[in-house]
Design a protein around this ligand. Structure first.
Ligand code: TPP
Ligand code: SF4
Ligand code: MG
Length: 283
């Protein structure tokens, strides 16, 4: 399976957008995994990041704005053999989908969530998203947060996520490693990927992140929850990237005996007599 086989049409992104390297890295990772496209489902909501799924030749589902996670969870729960990956934006994941974000973490469904975090609403031309930096009251710009900024990694760890990582679209080698680890993790895995929006976010640029991102070193222990929460709060002159927290807990399906044998409708044996009896009961 070649990388090109996963790549489809031309994109509608601006030249230089951080989404390009995420798309390229992900197609490379899918290729290395050697999972056939028929066994992969890419799910998104609405936005520039959510378009990623339309540029990869595998199964896809586009949900409503903010509704990628419930769709992905449902797909995985009844199709355990499939690899389910969500690609969507910071606004979609943490704003419109904030409630789903929290409660799907609690469920620990075995899905991977790549958030293309450009700290802005890109598709709608640059309004602040939950992760936009706080406003400097002496210099208010369009894309800063008058409300408190949302810390997705801290919230994910506090809510019980079993894999929480940050990566940068400008460091593809590191991103690929994190993507592999996230997809291989059993349970919900969140990777917040810093993804510069070159058209509307004039603050959090490639140069801005390049200066600040710092991979976690080998002495870092990702199983220490309190240390991970402390690390998640570092977002300033230094922005740590890597797996901040990893743990193993039972997944949603493993906790629900009634789902042990769940399978998609297409795999269920249906007896014609049963269907006829059912229809008759409504007559
Ligand atoms: C319910 C609803 N509210 C608002 C919109 C308008 N809308 C479309 S995309 C978008 C922002 C998406 O931002 P983000 O998820 O960060 O993705 P990006 O475009 O930055 O990649 C908004 C507000 C919508 N389509 N549906
Ligand atoms: S508006 Fe921003 S996020 Fe959207 S395609 Fe252009 S550079 Fe990328
Ligand atoms: Mg965004």
């Amino acid at each position: 399976m070649k990388k090109a086989e996963f790549t489809t049409s031309e994109t509608a992104w601006c030249p230089g957008c951080g989404n390009f390297s995420i798309l390229e890295t992900l197609t490379g990772v899918l290729n290395e995994m050697e999972t056939p496209p028929s066994q992969i489902v890419l799910v998104g909501g609405i936005g520039q990041a959510a378009k990623t799924n339309q540029y990869i030749s595998a199964n896809g589902f586009s949900g409503l704005h903010g509704r990628a996670l419930p769709a992905a969870a449902a797909i995985k729960i009844v199709n355990d053999d499939l690899t389910v990956i969500v690609n969507t934006g910071d606004g979609d994941s943490y704003g419109e989908g904030g409630n789903h974000f929290i409660h799907n973490i609690r469920r620990n469904v075995d899905i991977t969530h790549f958030v293309h975090d450009n700290q802005i609403y890109g598709l709608t031309k640059g309004q602040p998203s939950p992760t936009s930096d706080p406003c400097d009251l002496d210099h208010i710009t369009d894309a800063c947060n008058m409300s408190a900024s949302f810390n997705p990694l801290l919230i994910a760890i506090a809510t019980g996520a079993t894999f929480v990582a940050r990566a940068f679209s400008g460091d593809q080698e590191h991103l690929a490693k994190i993507m592999h680890a996230a997809i291989n993790h059993k349970g919900y895995a969140l990777v917040d990927i810093l993804q510069p929006c070159v058209s509307f976010n004039k603050k959090n640029t490639f140069a801005y992140y390049k200066k600040r991102v710092k991979p976690l070193d080998d002495t870092y222990d990702p199983t220490n929850k309190l240390a991970a929460m402390e690390k998640a709060m570092e977002f300033g002159d230094t922005i740590p990237i890597g797996i901040l927290y990893q743990n193993q807990l039972l997944t949603y399906k493993e906790k629900r005996p009634e789902l042990f044998d769940a399978k998609p409708l297409i795999d269920k044996q249906v007896q014609l007599e049963d269907v006829q009896a059912l229809i008759k009961s409504y007559l």
